[in-house]
Design a binder for this molecule. Structure first.
Ligand code: DMJ
Length: 643
């Protein structure tokens, strides 16, 4: 995946410019709010003043009255009980009223208005004496009150559903002392990442481990939604870091609020937040996670309001207005984004009994099935207005990858009932093998990208996840080609290991070439970085589970040591800008997926197989484990495969 100018901060898309959205616009928005509040106070004091002044003016109405020869008096009043007529807040009384009583009444009203007006001025003066922070705190208190009210409304209990078979949440320690020591080291790295985030970035989406402050990117809009907390929860849980898990749960319970005026990535919020919350719910049984996941999912639904039902890439959580990334071909949505919702959305329908989520993702599938596919491949871009493909680029890396992954995982998650998904996966993988997978002169198997009618001989770090996917899909493959796909997985794992081994730091570059005599090395400067990504370690772990070849543990350990040596700083872990340099610069970002995925896969690599066994759990693309659903007797409207 290539990026205009900046490092891709996350995942499978090309992020547009990161303008530090977390701090600056938010700060400005808060300032505007405080200023508006003060202006309003001054304005209300001014209106009170004018209103009062009206009564201190000479009573011209009397002259008018005599001029007109009327004896009625106009008295400001709203009480109609005495039989007068109320006209615009003024009560018209008939003749014969005592002049003296009126004067007294007028005097009483003037005094009251004067007192009110003085009080309002005093209050305004008091407000102006307060610091900006105090005013901000008062505004926050008001906002919290409103949020609490809304929370009460949103917290309706969900209908009970049969809990899926949750096997292997706990497991014995590995018997081998050396393996246990390695696993303890990974746990220590997790503690270091978590504790620094807690100290310097708590509540922010991510951490800047060198500047020691919070960090965010445009995928989270201008929100502070604690992405690292949500993403890390299940890793903390399976590592037995229960105090840390409870801290996270407490923050989520009290602070995670989705009624924010923030434009977020539907894909990222789904895989990190909904996936993270659902996994935390299944592992711990704590209802709060389920409720939050469902509340958040409701906020994503407006993204599907497009002419085709293909969702927008981004949605404003408050207004529900959606749009696509400016950089995407012809206003298109991205295959790996709208095609990576299935697992989480099926679980949401399962847990709520509401088919709305399931119907949304099945609609996408049906639409894709009807479309013509060039060479049997799915292009990365699809226009949600016209339902037509954008540029014919195909990739198993950035922009395409997890779409294929979710076809396979939809089948696995349905207890292998969703044969329609399996067929789509098999068809797609056959086309990929035919058109995108090649062997280099040096004998390395790689997956290229199809662009404008030719194959680009370049593979991304992101593409390395595919080794694990091929191995995971081997069992149940068409024509009994299980051995072939396991072998393909092993070859991809080997190539990706080479991409690590051929660097100075023994960490893999973002993209590497197989061209002009070069094999598995990055050429362009802006492809030499490593941002704590998990995909290579993910593939090692799947290959370990399916083969138990000790080289996968060895390769995983090499990567863990390199991360600890070159990415660890006293304030956490940072990405590095050049894996070919012996003293690389840091990018100063501790990505949330480092805690969600990289450290989790490493921990699992040095654990026994009965911890989260693959027959019972399916990991979403952010490594959040979701249980297999036995849907044979469950009605989820729309797909005969489930009936
Ligand atoms: C993660 O957010 C997920 O794995 C996603 O699918 C793409 N890649 C990043 C980490 O590299």
């Amino acid at each position: 995946m290539t990026t205009p100018a900046l490092l891709p901060l996350s995942g499978r898309r090309i992020p547009p410019l990161n303008l530090g959205a977390s701090s600056f616009p938010h700060h400005r928005a808060t300032l505007r709010l405080s200023e508006k509040f003060i202006l309003l106070l001054i304005l209300s004091a001014f209106i009170t003043l004018c209103f009062g002044a009206f009564f201190f003016l000479p009573d011209s109405s009397k002259h008018k009255r005599f001029d007109l020869g009327l004896e009625d008096v106009l008295i400001p009043h709203v009480d109609t009980s005495k039989g007068g007529k109320n006209l615009g807040g003024y009560l018209i009384h008939g003749q014969g009223h005592d002049e003296h009583r009126h004067r007294e009444e007028e005097e009483r009203l003037r005094n009251k208005i004067r007192a009110d007006h003085e009080k309002a001025l005093e209050e305004a003066k008091e407000k102006l004496k307060k610091s900006r922070d105090e005013i901000r705190a008062e505004i926050q208190t008001e906002k919290n009150k409103v949020a609490q009210e809304m929370k009460k409304k949103d917290s309706k209990p969900l209908p009970p559903v049969p809990v899926p078979n949750l096997i292997g949440i706990n497991s014995e320690d590995p018997a081998d002392k050396d393996i246990l020591e390695k696993r303890d080291k990974i746990k220590e790295m997790m503690k270091h990442a978590w504790e620094n985030y807690r100290q310097y970035g708590w509540g922010h989406n991510e951490l800047k481990p060198i500047a020691r402050k919070g960090h965010s990117t445009n995928i989270f809009g201008n929100s502070q939604m604690g992405a690292t907390i949500v993403d890390a929860l299940d890793t903390l849980y399976i590592m037995g870091l229960h105090d840390e898990f409870r801290e996270g749960q407490d923050w989520i319970d009290k602070n995670l609020d989705f009624s924010v005026n923030s434009e977020v990535s539907v894909f990222e919020v789904n895989i990190r937040f909904i996936g993270g919350l659902l996994a935390a719910y299944y592992l711990s049984g704590q209802e709060v996670f389920k409720l939050k996941a469902v509340q958040l999912a409701g906020k994503l639904l407006p993204a599907f309001n497009t002419p085709t039902g293909i969702p927008w890439a981004m949605v404003n959580l408050k207004s529900g207005v959606g749009r696509n990334w400016g950089w995407a071909s012809a206003g298109s949505s991205i295959l790996a984004e709208f095609g990576t919702l299935h697992m989480e959305f099926v679980h949401l329908s399962y847990l709520t009994g509401d088919p709305v989520y399931y119907n949304k993702v099945m609609h996408i599938r049906k639409l894709l099935q009807k479309m013509e596919r060039p060479n049997g491949l799915y292009p990365n871009y699809l226009n949600p207005r016209t339902g037509r493909w954008g540029q014919h680029h195909t990739s198993v890396g950035g922009l395409g990858d997890s779409f294929y992954e979710y076809l396979l995982k939809a089948w696995l998650m349905s207890d292998k009932m969703d044969t329609e998904a399996r067929k789509m996966y098999d068809d797609a993988i056959e086309a990929i093998e035919r058109h995108l997978i090649r062997k280099s002169n040096g004998g390395l198997t790689y997956i290229g990208e199809w662009k404008n009618g030719h194959l680009e001989r370049k593979m991304g770090h992101l593409t390395c996840f595919a080794g694990g996917m091929f191995a995971l899909g081997a069992d149940g493959s068409r024509d009994d080609k299980a051995g072939h796909y396991l072998q393909l997985g092993a070859e991809i794992a080997h190539t990706c290991h080479e991409s690590y081994d051929r660097t100075t730091l023994k960490l893999g570059p973002e993209a590497f070439k197989f061209d002009g005599g070069l094999e598995a090395v990055a050429v362009r400067q802006n492809e030499k970085y490593y941002i704590l990504r998990p995909e290579v370690i993910e593939t090692y772990w799947y290959m370990w589970r399916f083969t138990h070849d000790p080289k996968y543990r060895q390769w995983g350990w090499e990567a863990a040591q390199a991360i600890d040596k070159y990415c660890r700083v006293s304030g956490g872990f940072s990405g590095v800008k050049d894996v070919y340099s012996s003293s690389p610069a840091y990018d100063d970002v501790q990505q949330s997926f480092f805690l969600a995925e990289t450290l989790k896969y490493l921990y699992l690599l040095f654990s026994n197989d009965d911890l989260l066994p693959l027959d019972n759990w399916v990991f979403n693309t952010e490594a959040h484990p979701l249980p297999v659903l036995h849907l044979a007797n469950t009605t989820l409207s729309g797909n005969p495969a489930y009936r």
